[in-house]
Write a protein that binds this ligand. Structure first.
Ligand SMILES: *Cc1c(COP(=O)(O)O)cnc(C)c1O
Length: 407
């Protein structure tokens, strides 16, 4: 196929090759069709694009810079390592890019409220921020277990004026939160919009969230050309649901000479329940209303997943990633907890940048890759977020090993 077709995917029904689509009961299918129609109309409007661009510039602080990590490059030996600094965005990660897009869309559609689930709370905080700014109500569904674990993010959401709805069913974590948020959404799809947290879920969400995140790659392309006069030879990003990765990659998919790597967490091991390496070990199936690679048991139930980075532990992955894997455009690699923690401290100590544990997976793979390449090649890494949210956990669990707390 010609590469020009890559950027125009999905088709009208929301399929990227065989992946994506809408696997929902009829009443929800109708709602998705309405959102698709409204989004297709609004995305063409220059007023919407201008408003979003203005928010990116004046509220988020875009464009985020590109940084040549000279010390890390020297220490590693090999290809030059560059970072796209999404960690410098308002709220500390890339998620604000699609949350602003989704809340602005909700507002244009005349909705009063956005609702969503959250696991570790990062999507909840970014959505609560966008809702506060644009004057919409915000309900965040969160499992009771996660509420106890992620206390600071619960407080942040409440300070921002969002309602945190505790979910008490089942294991009281992310899966149950998704179920209850969906139930609440079906009860009133007229005044509410469900704001999905990555390039996952039924059509049009994988396309819509990709469109909002693609600003990352289009900016980076321009900045990299200004800085070096050329294009990067390699791109690297971590993959949970896949939004920061697709955000960087979209602008470069047509450049066949650029090699692209998505990095998944192999956690503690490749045993079920100890990783979230969906692309590496998954099989095709349906989850949360769309078809993609999944970690699932024989009956098609999602398997338990784990990663030291809670933003990466999802048993599915965005359908566009599954498609890009199958056609061989993107290679998916894995990084363990231990490697990610090493990279977390290395980037902190060599460049003075504390990365999110999710982003540390991308950093770790980029360092390995750089060491295997000649010095005239370059790697552009999406540094998806900052590590402030992770410091207490890292200190408690690894502080002794890395000299943060006394033996
Ligand atoms: C949520 C999160 C991720 C994972 O989500 P994607 O949709 O795969 O990008 C990665 N990095 C950070 C900092 C996050 O908060």
């Amino acid at each position: 196929m010609s590469t020009a077709e890559l950027v125009n995917i999905p088709n009208k029904e929301g399929y990227f090759g065989e992946y994506g689509g809408v696997f929902l009961p009829p009443e929800l299918q109708k709602i998705m069709e309405e959102i698709t129609a409204e989004y297709n109309a609004i995305r063409e409007s220059s007023e919407f694009q201008q408003e979003l661009k203005s928010l990116y510039q004046h509220y988020v602080g875009r464009p985020s810079p590109i940084f040549f990590a000279e010390s890390l490059t020297k220490k590693t030996g090999g290809a030059k390592i560059y970072f796209k600094r999404e960690d410098l965005n308002h709220t500390g990660a890339h998620k604000i890019n699609h949350c602003l897009g989704e809340v602005l869309l909700a507002k244009k559609m005349g909705k009063k409220k956005v609702i969503a689930e959250t696991g570790a709370g990062q999507h909840g905080v970014a959505l609560a921020t966008a809702a506060a700014l644009l004057g919409l109500e915000c309900d965040i569904y969160m499992g009771e277990v996660d509420i106890k674990k992620e206390h600071p993010n619960v407080i942040r959401m409440k300070i921002l004026g969002a309602k945190v709805v505790p979910v008490q069913s089942g294991l009281k974590t992310l899966k149950e939160a998704v179920d209850e948020a969906f139930t609440a959404y079906v009860q009133d799809p007229v005044t509410q919009l469900y704001a999905i947290g990555s390039v996952v879920g039924p059509h049009p969400f994988p396309m819509m969230v990709r469109d909002f995140q693609s600003v990352v790659g289009y900016e980076a392309r321009e900045q990299f050309r200004e800085m070096t006069g050329g294009k990067p030879d390699h791109l690297v990003a971590c993959v949970g649901g896949g939004s920061n990765a697709i955000g960087l990659f979209t602008a470069f998919l047509e450049d066949e000479d650029i090699k692209i790597y998505g990095v998944e967490p192999s956690g503690l091991s490749f045993k079920p329940g100890e990783h979230a390496a969906t692309m590496t070990l998954g099989t095709t199936g349906v989850i949360h209303g769309f078809k993609s690679y999944l970690l699932q048991d024989e009956e098609g139930n999602p398997l338990p997943v784990y990663s030291v980075a809670s933003g990466l532990d999802y048993p599915g992955v965005g359908p566009e990633h599954s498609y890009l894997k199958d056609i061989g455009r993107i290679k998916y690699e894995t990084i363990t907890d231990k490697e990610a923690i090493d990279a977390f401290f290395e980037l902190s100590r060599v460049e003075g940048i504390i990365p999110a544990l999710e982003s540390a997976h991308a950093v770790s793979y980029a360092v390995k890759l750089a060491a295997s390449l000649p010095a005239d090649e370059s790697i552009l890494v999406n540094l998806s977020g900052r590590g402030d949210k992770d410091i207490d956990y890292v200190t408690a669990k690894y502080g002794k090993d890395y000299g943060v707390i006394d033996q």
